[in-house]
Design a protein around this ligand. Structure first.
Ligand code: ATP
Length: 635
């Protein structure tokens, strides 16, 4: 009988820590054991300098419900008695890390990439999260001796000689009994095991095999009305082995990219764009990114999680690594695989965000670049993209107090008065009139309504192009941008546009002077509703319009009004009623002013209400308004 050896005191505590607090998910034990198996095969392969028979390389999973055991075996390098003692008897001793370092030293004359996963020397013990005892049977390649290591966790371990035919390691876990909180039996279910392998170990480069029972039609019964079925055992490979993103780009078809997207990111439609690239350098990584063709489900809900899947050396680490994507690109789906990440000991988190920041920066740059290319080369596709996700790019402009606005401004599209099509800011500026100083924009509910606005008509008549802003955020975007290529953004519905010629100005001033009393009377008739009633050349066909004074605009007033937690004194724009001096109604007003001042008051109220309606504001008293209109019609 072999003598039972004790774990060192620290090891006992460490083991306890390991079992109870390092990992959040018990299921990762399988990932850890499979990664160890893969490392062991890697080592065997390196040691044999490529002479080993690769067809023998495999990792096998074997659940046994009767015995309540789960066995993970590999055809790797195995362990000698000393190695067993060192690697499995000392927690936090990683034979793999030592191996990797050894290989690195040799690497000066050997360019082979060492893709060993293990580094902390703790993963193995995660088995004790689900197993009440663990048996390891191992035979070192090239040796005749095999050994068995047995432990029930905290109480230490035993090593005894045994027999094993081939090199490699077999690990047998006897699962714990189920409890109210924890169902350990699930790790004996084929379905569960398959899922776990797919989730965490799909890209382990050696086949992970399992005998799986399936129902097959009995031979010879296919033609009969009642085909018979039988249960057969199939040896299935559970993992894909070579990740799509590690394959040569030119050899990947669109269908493969699209299928991968649909399988991994739960979309039923093909993505709009695939971005696949690798970066070599201080932080090397490969990214496979997708721009969906439509808004992901729940995109605007609080439950939507942005982020990319993260793999480290082909092993799945986490689903939504948020730090890899700026908020403005939260619609991007995909993954990053890097070997240079400092994972924490549980591989559930990343330790330093420095590398992550570097990667995130490269990803942002690449995606914005690709969007720029799409805009330049495939306008139709870009417009479709922009319809879905443009608002995120606008967010990119005003986020961070506009720090990043330059990155986004050339990707913005706005409707314009010219062709009622999307234009970029650069297109707008390139065709501005020679003497035009500002970039004009007008906000409103939709393009049709804006197009009919009096001030837009005037600008159009004078052949100025106007950008039509229909998104709530648009005015904030303009405020943040302030200017573009030295041209200032200017809300055409606000303030004086100073578009008149000298003669026009002179004529207007004269008319203002002559009708000063009438205008003052009208202002008083309307009370606090308006700050001013004035004549303006802004209007050509329409009788009146409402403009906002300096400060907040009408659109902003509407945005603030829709916000939750209203203050009792909501922000309001200053209202100015502008009258077209060339409209017949002004002549009527002038005449009435000399004969019937009460009528002037009434007409002023109707005109003001009309201006409000055009601007998209509710009128204060719709019943009174309709009454007044009727009276005027009857007369
Ligand atoms: N299947 C195996 N075949 C051969 N050696 C193994 C096997 N499993 C574990 N080992 C040895 O035991 C050591 C400890 O394993 P453990 O999983 O605890 O840590 P690790 O894989 O080195 O690091 P990490 O904690 O990062 O996974 C390994 O470094 C390796 O030398």
């Amino acid at each position: 009988m072999a003598k039972k050896k004790q774990f060192k005191a620290e090891s006992k505590r460490l083991l306890d820590l390991m079992i109870n607090s390092i990992y959040t998910h018990k299921e990762i034990f399988l990932r850890e054991l499979v990664s160890n198996a893969s490392d062991a095969i890697d080592k065997y392969y390196y040691e044999s300098q490529g002479h080993a028979d690769a067809s023998q390389f495999e990792i096998r999973i074997e659940p046994n419900k009767e015995a309540r055991t789960l066995t993970i075996s590999d055809t790797g390098i195995g362990m000698s008695k000393e190695e067993l003692e060192e690697n499995l008897g000392t927690i936090a001793k990683s034979g793999s890390l030592a191996f990797k370092e050894e290989m690195k030293k040799k690497e000066e004359n050997n360019n082979e990439d060492v893709d060993i996963i293990g580094q902390f020397g703790v993963g193995f013990y995660s088995a004790f999260m689900v197993a009440k005892d663990v048996r390891v049977v191992t035979k070192k390649a090239g040796s005749d001796e095999a050994y068995e290591w047995v432990s029930a966790g905290e109480d230490g371990y035993e090593i005894t000689p045994c027999t094993k035919e081939t090199n490699g390691t077999t690990i047998v876990l006897t699962l714990k009994e189920d409890t109210d909180e924890e169902n350990y039996s699930k790790y004996l279910e084929t379905y569960e095991l398959k899922e776990l392998i797919k989730k965490y170990s799909d890209y382990i480069r050696y086949p992970i095999k399992m005998n799986v029972e399936t129902q097959k039609m009995k031979e010879g019964t296919e033609e009969s009305e009642k085909p018979e079925y039988e249960t057969v055992v199939e040896d299935q490979t559970l993992n894909s082995m070579v990740p799509l993103w590690k394959r040569q780009k030119s050899k990947i078809t669109d269908e493969e990219y699209n299928q991968f997207y649909k399988d991994h990111f739960y979309d039923y439609q093909d993505p709009q764009k695939v971005i696949h690239f690798s970066v070599e350098g201080n932080t090397s990584f490969t990214a496979l990114l997708y721009i969906p063709s439509h808004l992901p489900q729940g995109f605007y809900s609080q439950d939507y999680k942005k982020g990319l899947q993260l793999y480290c050396r082909g092993v799945f680490i986490m689903d939504h690594a948020e730090e890899l994507l700026p908020d403005s690109l939260r619609f991007v789906k995909g993954l990053v695989d890097s070997q240079d990440l400092s994972l924490n000991i549980s591989r559930e988190m990343l330790q330093h965000d420095h590398q992550l920041k570097l990667i995130a920066g490269r990803i942002e740059k690449k995606v914005l670049n690709e969007l720029g290319n799409m805009l330049a080369k495939d306008r139709e596709a870009y417009e479709k993209f922009f319809e879905e996700f443009g608002v995120n790019l606008k967010f990119g402009v005003y986020n961070n107090y506009g720090m990043d606005k330059e990155k986004f401004q050339d990707l913005l599209l706005f409707y314009s008065s010219r062709e009622k099509k999307y234009v970029t800011l650069s297109e707008y500026v390139s065709r501005m009139k020679e003497d035009q100083k500002d970039i004009y924009f007008v906000s409103g509910k939709d393009v049709e309504l804006i197009d009919k606005m009096p001030v837009v008509q005037t600008l159009k008549n004078k052949e100025f192009e106007v950008l039509y802003l229909t998104d709530e955020v648009d005015e904030f975007v303009m405020q943040t941008l302030m200017n573009y290529k030295e041209k200032t953004f200017r809300n055409a519905a606000q303030g004086d546009l100073d578009l008149d010629s000298e003669e026009e100005k002179e004529a207007l001033n004269k008319s203002k002077e002559e009708n000063k009393d009438l205008l003052t009377f009208m202002k008083e008739a309307l009370g606090d509703e308006v700050a001013e009633v004035k004549l303006s050349n802004k209007l050509t066909e329409d009788p009146v319009c409402l403009t906002a004074g300096e400060g907040i605009s009408f659109e902003m007033e509407k945005v603030f009004a829709n916000m939750p937690n209203q203050s009792p004194m909501p922000m309001k724009a200053t209202r100015i009623l502008e009258i077209n001096p060339n409209h017949p109604i002004f002549e009527t007003l002038k005449t009435l002013y000399t004969s019937d001042k009460d009528k002037v008051k009434e007409v002023a109220e109707v005109l003001y209400d009309q201006a409000c309606l055009i601007e998209g504001f509710a009128i204060k008293d719709p019943i009174a308004y309709s009454k007044k209109i009727c009276e005027l019609l009857v007369k």
